[in-house]
Design a protein around this ligand. Structure first.
Ligand SMILES: Cc1cc2nc3c(=O)[nH]c(=O)nc-3n(C[C@H](O)[C@H](O)[C@H](O)COP(=O)(O)OP(=O)(O)OC[C@H]3O[C@@H](n4cnc5c(N)ncnc54)[C@H](O)[C@@H]3O)c2cc1C
Length: 427
């Protein structure tokens, strides 16, 4: 058996890879296990918010990060009853990077993994699926892979996302907050514009988000939970017509949707664990609290969890101390922001999206709260601050053991890797 690690992390998403980087930087031996062979994950959002950009700056990584392909979004808009309203403006935030970086998630994860590889105690294993926890004397002592191999560690982090196997196996209690929506996810061609046009359109009984990815729109069409089957049964022509009706500027390109294979169903969930840990194991990111896409904050919350976990645990773990008595501190620190963001997401689900897409409400004029953003632009700073920086923002306080290696050659990119991969939705 290989010698025991300090830390094994199940899940190579934003939470897992960032935690891997920070714990390795502190001198811990870390292995991140990712069940997929690559980072292609076109379906889980591309928004790297100012709070995350600030963390990268604190780590001295911001400049190299911004060399990766990305777009910079400074305003978020909503179109209601043919009126375009700017609802958030990040240009006043008290940070260096006053914008949301729209970067394909595979690019972001590849960047973090590449940086983590500078630490000799870091390793990332692809196609390594955690299937169970290893328990010894009532304490979690690592994970068991699908093929039966045991990866033992002094601490296990479950960062395996919203369908986390490890949180189930660990018996951590979960509270469901119900998500009444699902998302149909597809792309449509567009001309590249000088400014990024990301925004959402509230139509007659519809809500469509258009993420501007340069030469194509990544579209998220919100539907009531469970309605996707009926939409498919009604046929692609009917779906194309609904999209064109929801966002008339897309009418000329909807015909590029020729096959249901181009339209992925993304199931949305909203839940959180009421206890994020048990001796030997800690859950972070979506494994601790599955986030809805509303506000596009899940990636950033997952990153903040990773930073908090490293701030509290990395130093003691690197020194060989028992970190079990500290695990609850991560939950204590991160529960408040989780509750606040999930409460806001639930409000939007129940008060805006359910009436709109389930009860087919027709908004013939923009609600007062949105009109106020037009009248008093200063109000746009409030959502910008909540979405861009969040609540109880983390800063890098975990130790740097000074073991960073000089430049290492990048690993060969997976075949087919490009800005617009052919593969899309997958979980
Ligand atoms: C439709 C949709 C759109 C979204 N859009 C946005 C957005 O625009 N911006 C935003 O900030 N958030 C968005 N979110 C939320 C965001 O995707 C999540 O909150 C975020 O990805 C959580 O990061 P994570 O690292 O905790 O989990 P994940 O990103 O889910 O990563 C978990 C990783 O673990 C791997 N894994 C799973 N099981 C195992 C296992 N047993 N063993 C090993 N590896 C495993 C998975 O392959 C995955 O790589 C969206 C969510 C949805 C559903």
């Amino acid at each position: 058996m290989a010698s025991e690690l300090d830390l094994v992390i199940a899940g190579g998403g934003p939470a897992g890879v960032m935690a891997g980087l920070l714990f390795a930087r502190a001198g811990c031996t870390v292995q991140v296990l990712e069940k997929h062979a690559d980072f292609f994950r076109d379906f889980r959002g591309d928004t790297v918010h100012p709070s995350t950009l600030e963390l990268l700056r604190e780590l001295g990584l911001l400049d190299s990060f911004l060399k990766r392909p990305h777009d910079e979004v400074r305003t978020l808009t909503a179109r209601v009853a043919d009126r375009q309203i700017t609802i958030a403006d990040t240009s006043h935030l008290p940070v260096k990077s006053r914008f949301i970086a729209l970067m394909p998630q595979w690019e972001f994860l590849d960047f973090l993994a590449q940086e983590a590889r500078h630490y000799p105690t870091f390793s990332l294993r692809m196609e390594a699926e955690a299937a169970d926890i290893v328990v010894e004397n009532g304490r979690v002592a690592g994970v068991r892979l699908k093929d039966g191999e045991e990866v033992r560690a002094r601490l296990t982090i479950a960062a395996d996302g919203r369908s986390s196997v490890l949180r189930k196996k660990a018996g951590l209690p979960k509270k469901d907050l119900d998500a009444p929506i699902d998302v149909l996810w597809f792309r449509l061609p567009k001309e590249k514009t000088p400014t990024n046009m990301t925004g959402g359109t509230f139509g007659a009984g519809t809500f469509l988000v258009e993420l501007d990815r340069g030469d194509y729109w990544q579209c998220a069409y919100v539907v009531p939970k469970g309605a996707a089957g009926e939409i498919r049964q009604n046929g692609l022509a009917s779906f194309r017509a609904s999209v064109a009706k929801a966002a008339p500027e897309l009418a000329s390109v909807v015909d590029t949707l020729q096959d249901w294979d181009q339209v992925k169903l993304l199931s949305v969930s909203l839940d959180r664990l009421t206890r994020w840990w048990r001796p030997g194991l800690l859950a972070i990111g979506d494994a601790a609290h599955a986030m809805s896409p509303v506000g596009g904050v899940g990636i950033n919350l997952a990153i903040q969890d990773a930073v908090a976990a490293a701030n509290i645990l990395a130093g003691p773990l690197a020194r060989g101390e028992n970190v079990d008595p500290l695990l609850h501190e991560v939950q204590d620190r991160r529960m408040l922001p989780t509750r606040i963001v999930q409460a806001a997401q639930k409000t939007v689900h129940d008060r805006v999206l359910t009436p709109l897409v389930a009860r087919k409400a027709v908004l013939d004029k923009a609600p007062l709260v949105l009109r106020l953003f037009d009248r008093f632009p200063v109000l746009r700073r409030i959502p910008a601050r909540l979405v861009g920086l969040g609540v109880r923002r983390e800063h890098i306080r975990s130790p740097d053991a000074g073991i960073r290696r000089p430049e290492i050659p990048p690993p060969s990119r997976p075949r087919g890797s490009s800005r617009s991969p052919r593969r899309t939705a997958r979980s």
